[in-house]
Write a protein that binds this ligand. Sequence first.
Ligand SMILES: Nc1ncnc2c1ncn2[C@@H]1O[C@H](COP(=O)(O)OP(=O)(O)OP(=O)(O)O)[C@@H](O)[C@H]1O
Ligand SMILES: [Mg+2]
Length: 231
Amino acid sequence: MSYVIQAKNVSRDFNVGESVVNALKSASLDVERGKLTILKGRSGSGKTTFINILGALDEPTSGEVFFTSRDGSKTDIVKLSNEKRDRLRRINMAFVFQSVALISTMTAYENVELALRLAKYPINKRKARALECLAAVGLKDRVSHFPHQLSGGEQQRVAIARAISHEPEIILADEPTAELDSASARIVVDMFKNLAHNQGISILMTTHDTAMMSVADKIYTLSDGKLISQE
Ligand SMILES: Nc1ncnc2c1ncn2[C@@H]1O[C@H](COP(=O)(O)OP(=O)(O)OP(=O)(O)O)[C@@H](O)[C@H]1O
Ligand SMILES: [Mg+2]
């Protein structure tokens, strides 16, 4: 099996005044390439703490996080220099969050195009790529809409189009469906599964919504900072 992320015995302690919160306790997890992996658990169980470490947005107190690129090169992202870690995050990863941060004065198309510009995507291919990504999330006829002219689910799909635009290897999504109704949430999760299986983009998402579980290829459950099961 081919893994894009392998986390080994990852712990994260937060110092709060005199006390220490052990938010993550020696957690190990693998994200298989081209699969939809779900990290679930109650509020406060450590999901955001863990996904932020896996996405190199935060550093663990101890443990290792390996990232294996499509070309087969494997690195421990904890040991990378800040510069290399930024680069890995910018080029190989993409993030989708609970609240959709689209630029309100830009259309759906312009939001995606901006991401391509920031990723230094070849200038002559940006337009086609932006339209292709919006079509991939089913928004072909919404490209000229501004965020306030789109439903919450459609806005999240623009955020997904933006996330996939620079052809990342993995999307890390922290509660991407939390603000959506159940029908829109299902569309987003089905879309993730489709991206994973048909475009080989690995997906790791957190959720506490048990209705999502049937779609996952693999489910890890966190409880009080510990991984208690995988199925
Ligand atoms: N920066 C921080 N400083 C101190 N404690 C923190 C910090 N971040 C998180 N924690 C604590 O770590 C634990 C795990 O928090 P985390 O945000 O990872 O949970 P979560 O599973 O994402 O919850 P939710 O479903 O509510 O988003 C909580 O007890 C939280 O209070
Ligand atoms: Mg969280």
